[in-house]
Design a protein around this ligand. Structure first.
Ligand SMILES: [Zn+2]
Length: 460
């Protein structure tokens, strides 16, 4: 029995970044957590914007609303009842409109196409309140398409090309249908923050973003018949990356690709440079809990076939090394205190001992930023590490010396620290949003965009 359970948990863990068959969304209705956990409210108001009055009741398992009472009042307040359950009063008064003996209450605004105010935002759909931690958890129970309309403008600027917006709409819808992370703890599908997808009701929706949702109604990304994980990032800087090389888990449709589209458009802050002194680097790494002394060297130690960074090596004054791979190769540099970070996995480091000027080696991306860790095959067929000060490479035009670099060359790290130079912004997995925009500008439709960034998927 125990063994069986262990096997099951392994499978579930594996599926977490693989494919999940069941849709989280029931009956095309999404439950969005607005206030929960530490943000539960002592009381929660609603006010009609369009429509008038409310019905009180509960949501069935299939998320259809069952009415048990109603009011014509337009401004109401829900709060935990003194004993059990939840009571509803006219806002600003003690006049009780409804009492629920249960710890959960559903409120459905009435009228044609009703829109309701809750804490400065306007929402479609109904609300579900649950007594939790001495307060009320607040959930918006909303039609899937209305939810996607609310999310889209917070994930992509509404004035971007329609086909890019449509690609983003399919990603947002797919995410909602696949996400179950809050279901067991709180009973809703997605939260309203960047943890899931930013959602503030009708929010910033424009006619263009609404149109993108309507023209892709009900469409999601599938791989091998299952919903696919529609990861996206701001820009890839030249190439996306295999999920395996970033997060350590192989996902068949999250494959890296050289991106010819981004370079043909203008992307703000596309190229970036960030510097760290050795003291700063030591502080950042130690503050993150890494076991390393005074850092005296840092260099890119492995690059993927697509030219993205796979690993970075840090060396301290006693020769101890710390190697960070995948997404950690950039996140290791992250510091809110210093206000510094490495925005993408597409970068080179100068200033460390690997900080030469860059030598062309037969890789897809063109250059290696460091000679450290490079293996060479001798004429006799022996494979060995490249060591020593002077190297010669055979190029098309003869031979070239591989000594020296712009920052002092191999064997002597810069006194000032390191300079990291790169392109792109994000984790490099899945769809590049600026790439999607560039493809749309270059005449591609949303299906082309999704099929380019997600290998072997279907939109349906
Ligand atoms: Zn969330």
């Amino acid at each position: 029995m125990k063994k069986g359970l262990f096997l099951l948990s392994l499978i579930v863990t594996f599926c977490a970044l693989g494919t999940v068959s069941a849709s989280a969304v029931t009956n095309d209705t999404v439950k969005v957590g607005l206030r929960y956990g530490s943000s539960v409210m002592s009381s929660a108001n609603l006010e009609n914007d369009e429509g008038s009055g409310y019905e009180f009741g509960y949501f069935e398992d299939d998320r259809t609303f069952v009415s048990l009472g109603e009011t014509d009042e337009t401004a109401i307040t829900m709060e935990p009842a003194r004993r059990d359950g939840i009571q509803v009063t006219v806002t600003g008064t003690d006049r009780v409109l409804y009492e629920s003996g249960e710890d959960t209450l559903a409120v459905m605004p009435q009228g044609r196409d009703p829109v309701t105010w809750f804490r400065g935002n306007r929402y479609r759909g109904g609300f579900e309140y649950t007594v939790s931690g001495g307060g009320l958890q607040v959930v918006n129970v909303v039609d899937l398409e209305d939810y996607v309309k609310g999310v889209l403008p917070s994930e992509m600027p509404g004035d971007w090309e329609l086909e890019a917006l449509k690609a983003q709409a399919v990603c947002a819808r797919t995410f909602a249908c696949l996400t179950t992370k809050h279901l067991s703890a709180y009973g809703f599908d997605v939260c309203n923050s960047t943890d899931c997808q930013v959602y503030s009701g009708i929010g910033e929706a424009t006619s263009a973003t609404d149109r993108a949702v309507e023209e892709t109604e009900g469409e999601c990304l599938y791989y091998d018949g299952e919903l696919a994980q529609a990861y996206y990032h701001s820009s890839d800087g030249g190439a996306t990356e295999d999920a395996e090389n970033v997060w350590g888990t192989d996902v068949p449709y999250l494959r890296g690709k050289e991106d010819p589209y981004e370079a043909r458009t203008s992307i703000p802050n596309y190229s970036w440079t960030v510097t760290y002194t050795w003291d700063q680097l030591t502080w950042v790494l130690q503050n993150s809990g890494y076991d390393i002394g005074d850092v005296v060297d840092a260099y890119v130690s492995e690059v993927t076939d697509l030219g993205n960074v796979y690993s970075v090596t840090f060396v301290d004054s006693r020769g101890k090394t710390l190697v960070r791979t995948g997404d950690d190769a950039r996140m290791a540099f992250y510091s809110t205190t210093l206000g510094k970070n490495v925005p993408s996995l597409r970068f080179t480091i100068t200033g460390g001992t690997g900080g030469g000027s860059g030598y062309a080696v037969n890789s897809a991306s063109g250059t290696l930023s460091a000679l450290d860790g490079v293996a060479v095959i001798s004429g006799g067929g022996t494979v060995s590490r490249l060591e020593g000060e002077d190297h010669t490479a055979i190029s098309a035009s003869g031979t070239a010396d591989l000594t020296g670099g712009s920052s002092g060359g191999r064997g002597s790290a810069s006194r000032d620290g390191i300079t990291i130079t790169g392109t792109g912004n994000g984790h490099n997995v899945g769809m590049s949003q600026y790439g999607a925009r560039a493809m749309a500008e270059q005449g591609h439709d949303y299906i082309d965009i999704l099929e380019f960034y997600f290998t072997g998927i279907r939109v349906r």
